[in-house]
Design a protein around this ligand. Structure first.
Ligand code: UDP
Length: 239
């Protein structure tokens, strides 16, 4: 397989769960450093990288709602969690000498820049890794949807979803040993089969904007670079 990337600009969605490592909560810095090393490889290959980070390792809005609290406040807490993760990943990238900027959908100018499409495109054109924090900035959405949204806004050729397993399976491969991985699916098939890889809003947005979704394992060192050259184990969702 060639070591030349087949993509010029991508959006990588990193879930909060991925940053948690084997802990039950929060950020495992060793894991954040490892994921950052993969992102640094992508930059060395000349690929423009935007990243949307999740927040599930810190807080999910539904946790407040399920205990009778206000969902919107819970979602605000969740979005703030994504900012903490974004700062952690930016720190890991900067330790590796990767020029990185955090743009938040919720303004907090003392901490990071505010998101605008113009600033995102500017930073990417300067060779910076851009981490999008704060999800979409709206309650009742997820960071998967933010991933599809930012991918469309920055003109990413593909939305990479780094997960715990190396693609989309017929069933959870950790629970069902007979589960098999799909090599390729259409957006419509993902929606019809109700495959729980990204939420419906995210898949529909990617479908509408003809953005392929590539699902791969975030936990293999060097895996992201391999996928960027067209190799590696993955499921491609494209029409
Ligand atoms: N969230 C939100 N709007 C968004 C993105 C996220 O309200 O646009 C909140 C929501 O409460 C969610 C939490 O932030 O549960 C963490 O995001 P997500 O669950 O997508 O994180 P991940 O599962 O990727 O770690």
């Amino acid at each position: 397989m060639s070591s030349q990337p087949i993509y010029k600009r991508v959006l990588l969605k990193v879930s909060g769960e991925a940053l948690m490592g084997s802990q039950g909560f929060g950020i495992d810095v060793t894991v954040a450093d490892r994921i950052a090393a993969d992102i640094a490889d992508a930059r060395r290959m000349g690929v423009d990288v935007g990243i949307v980070v999740g927040g599930g390792n810190i807080f999910r809005g539904v946790a407040v709602a399920s205990k009778g609290g206000d969902r919107v406040t819970g979602d605000h807490m969740g979005m703030l969690g994504t900012v903490i993760n974004a700062l952690a990943l930016a720190t890991s990238l900067r330790k590796l000498g990767v020029d990185t900027v955090v743009l938040s959908a919720i303004s907090m100018p003392e901490i990071c820049e505010s998101f605008s499409q113009r600033q995102a495109l500017h930073h990417l054109s300067q060779g910076r890794v851009v981490i999008f924090a704060g999800g979409t900035g709206n309650p009742f959405f997820t960071t998967d949807s933010a991933g599809a949204l930012r991918a469309a806004e920055i003109g990413a050729e593909a939305l990479f979803k780094g997960t715990q397993v190396d693609g989309i399976y017929t069933a959870d491969p950790k629970k069902d040993p007979t589960a098999t991985r799909f090599d390729k699916l259409t957006h419509a098939e993902v929606l019809e089969k109700g495959l729980a890889v990204m939420d419906v809003t995210a898949v529909a947005l990617a479908q509408e904007n003809t953005i392929p979704i590539i699902v791969f394992s975030i936990h293999e060192r060097g895996g992201f670079a391999e996928i960027l050259t067209g190799g590696g184990l993955k499921t491609i969702v494209a029409d």
